[in-house]
Design a protein around this ligand. Structure first.
Ligand code: ADP
Ligand code: MG
Length: 312
């Protein structure tokens, strides 16, 4: 299939709202509304670095490429408005593979009502590369940053930690897949961005700092500390874990804490909140620690130091 038939096929499969101009012109046109700010984020996924082509299905990869980007808007408490998809396709990629990839991308885009508004399509001499840009909006001054945590805030997460890293361990180590293992692998390949949760949390002034967990708490909490100029105590005994992860780890002798602090890609939200406001939050969450006024990071209940996942 040539570049233009592929773009035409993508265009047909992705309906867009009437007030937006999307695929087909040199630029997309998105109307702006008073009282809002635009949020924009880009994420790249490179074959070999972020995914192994033979391990992940095209549907899962399409889903995940969109999910990790939607999660960046969720991390600020914004509402995603549209995405852009750039593909560098090596000749080994078949048409049916692209169809399945676009099916995954479409399924999550429809689930969260986020139209595909443009992109770019090129060939690649070797590796498959996927770059997604997502745009969103938040009320002026309402987007939650990493730089606004305050001493004595409680540190919270919106869901279980380590499932994605557990799923990756199952894949890499080739464990036999029972229902727990399948559950974790699905968590790894089909993450859910916490868009609704992020938008609700953005409505509370007492929620001070927020981000999504992409590299593991061991790495991500340091971003909040550095940007906010604060310290943190994480209670490693308070981390929420799924029963599936706990059972899988005990079957294979893996350490649950290590997976949940060093492994990334949970895409839950990590936020800090005034203790008086925490009790009133109408979003499921777990308290895992506290912000301090010095610049140290303490792991309560563990004598290790956790660093999270790093690309370099
Ligand atoms: P240009 O030459 O201006 O870069 P293209 O021929 O690359 O335009 O793209 C034509 C239209 O198709 C543009 O609106 C572009 O945003 C869209 N497009 C190209 N590739 C993709 C893709 N992979 N997904 C979604 N839209 C795409
Ligand atoms: Mg182009």
């Amino acid at each position: 299939m040539d570049e233009f038939s592929l773009i035409e096929k993508i265009r047909k499969g992705f309906p867009i709202p009437e007030d937006i101009t999307g695929i087909g012109d040199d630029c997309a046109i998105i109307p702006q509304h008073d009282g809002f700010e635009t949020l924009i984020s880009t994420d790249m996924l490179v074959e070999g670095s972020h995914f192994i082509l033979d391990e992940i299905s095209p549907f899962q990869l399409g889903w995940k490429s969109a999910a990790v980007n939607f999660s960046d808007i969720a991390a600020m408490g914004g509402k995603p408005e549209g995405s852009f998809l750039a593909l560098a396709l090596p000749s080994k990629i078949r048409n049916s593979w692209i169809d399945d990839f676009m099916d995954g991308y479409r399924t999550i885009s429809m689930k969260y009502g986020i139209p595909l508004l443009g992109g770019d399509t090129t060939s690649s001499p070797d590796r498959l590369t996927i770059c997604v840009t997502v745009m969103g909006k938040a009320g002026i001054g309402k987007a939650k940053r990493r730089s606004t945590a305050k001493a004595d805030d409680l540190i919270c997460v919106t869901g279980c930690l380590g499932d994605s890293a557990g799923g990756l361990a199952v894949v890499l180590k080739g464990y036999e897949r029972h229902s727990d293992e399948e559950y974790l692998v699905e968590k790894h390949y089909l993450p859910e961005p916490r868009i609704e949760e992020g938008m609700i949390l953005a409505g509370y002034e007492g929620v001070h700092a927020m981000m999504d967990i992409s590299d593991g708490i061991g790495s991500d909490i340091r971003h909040i500390m550095e940007e906010s100029g604060v310290g943190a105590i994480i209670d490693t005994c308070a981390l929420p874990h799924s029963p599936q992860l706990v059972r899988m780890c005990s079957r294979h002798g893996l350490n649950v804490k290590d997976l949940s602090l060093e492994g990334g890609e949970d895409y839950e939200l990590l936020f800090t909140v005034d203790p008086a406001v925490e009790r009133t939050l109408e979003v499921k969450h777990y308290v895992i620690g506290r912000i301090t006024s010095d610049s140290r990071l303490e792991w309560k209940g563990s004598d290790k130091d956790y660093m999270g996942f790093r690309h370099f």
